[in-house]
Design a protein around this ligand. Sequence first.
Ligand code: DGJ
Length: 542
Amino acid sequence: MRLTIRIASIAVAALTCVGTAATTPVIGTAPMPVVVTRDGRSALMVDGAPYLLLGAQVNNSSSWPASLDAVWPAVTKLGANTVSAPIAWEQIEPVEGRFDFSFLDTLLGAAREHHVRLVLLWFATWKNNGPNYAPAWVKLDGKRFPRLTRADGKVLNSMSPHASATLEADKRAFVAFMRHLRDADAQRTAILVQVQNEPGTYGSPRDFGLDAQRLFERPVPAELRKLFNVTGSWSGAFGKDADEYFQAWSVAKYIGDIAAAGKQEYALPMYVNCALRDPFNPGKAGGYASGGPTDNVLGIYRAAAPAIDIVGPDIYIKESNKVARVIELYRKGGPLLVPEIGNDPVFARYFYDIVGNQALGIVPFGIDYTGYSNFPLGARDVNEAIDAFAVPYRLLAPMAREWAKLSYESRVWGAGEPDDHANRTLDLGRWTATLSFNEWQFGQKEWFPNVKDKPAWRPLSGGALLAELGPDEYLLAGQNVRVSFGVGSGRNANGLIYDFVEEGRYVAGKWTRIRLWNGDQTDYGLNLTEDARLLRVKLATY
Ligand code: DGJ
């Protein structure tokens, strides 16, 4: 009962805050999706309430009517509530000025039939560095739409962000797309738009073309003078970082202009995704995509592209210490959304780190049955990916709305199993929660020195989520993990005792008890197996 009341009050509170406002009249009465942030906590509001985006991104060439039949069974099996799919410039404007939105219409209709929302990915000037998704009349006309020039004069297969012809052409197409979407989607089936895909350029820190050079020699723009408290030229202000910052500013400004123009038509929340650099040993700009929203230029993106609501990391780095650092960096940089994560089963445990860090959503890449696999980056077989991600998805899907409200309004934590299987301790303030892996459900391993068949390490898959429901009361969800609570530091108590541990589920938004756990089920921590469970736990001291 208390939980229900609390959740209702969260919904009311969430509705009162202000996000990006629509600038033109929209069709229909359904509330516009919006990203809201208050006291450093964010939510993606869909239908007027916080939404946890449990996504599935289709393969790059699956945005065709004939491929969609291979998408829905995979999405359904995964249990995703949202599908991310490319809308390619070449597909909507194959001939300059003539637009074809038939695929978009088909996609909107099919998504509604399958009861999922959409994230639409604008593949245009940049799709992983290159202009391959730009129409032929753009990508084959290097004179009108110039590519980027390296310091030694070589021209790379990546567009110059300084060419107004390219910017205006991309913007016109994007505006037409957003206008069509506004008129075709009164239901708000589409909830987010990604502007470009992993922008930036490999092979050069910046554009050295004539126009670029002229701009580079001018003073740093006012926004950056203020942000960094500098004056003068790019080189004078930023020294060895000048080339990279200039490129980041130029690309971000270009993307921000397009996003702002699209929002004039239809103000859906918009984001950019990032091809990450190594968070510890990044190397040099150009080795990673220079001009993309890497962790060192997030401030520049915010200043240059205020129409962009979120900058999200695409997580294909497998090492757990690096993933933890990436999550920390991008969470600090604004609302956290992971618009792509590799579909190798080893990535599924990061669901707990990501969602436990207040993320608006997570989207594994390459979820469809078109027969393509991006192994060894991702899974060999898409079913392995679906099986791995389906466990946490099925755990959270029935309470995705409740979780999103708790995440926005209350406090949440989470962690996945690290590569070395070491314990992870979460600081809940008055309490601690230690996650350990590779445990039996009974006792401590050292009590049974003569038992040879110690629990064998499972593939890395453990993790847990916690949300504060009220004083000393938590929701716990997880798999392949033992969760042991402790009394927080500095507290004066003999020890911890459970007031209660209740297993349950959410039915139509209401917590429903299945049973109480006690005795063996609570004496050795709370042991969650591959059969993921949901518990409500109230802690006390004696
Ligand atoms: C990241 C890109 O954003 C995706 O579109 C895709 O190309 C993957 N890399 C690799 O499969």
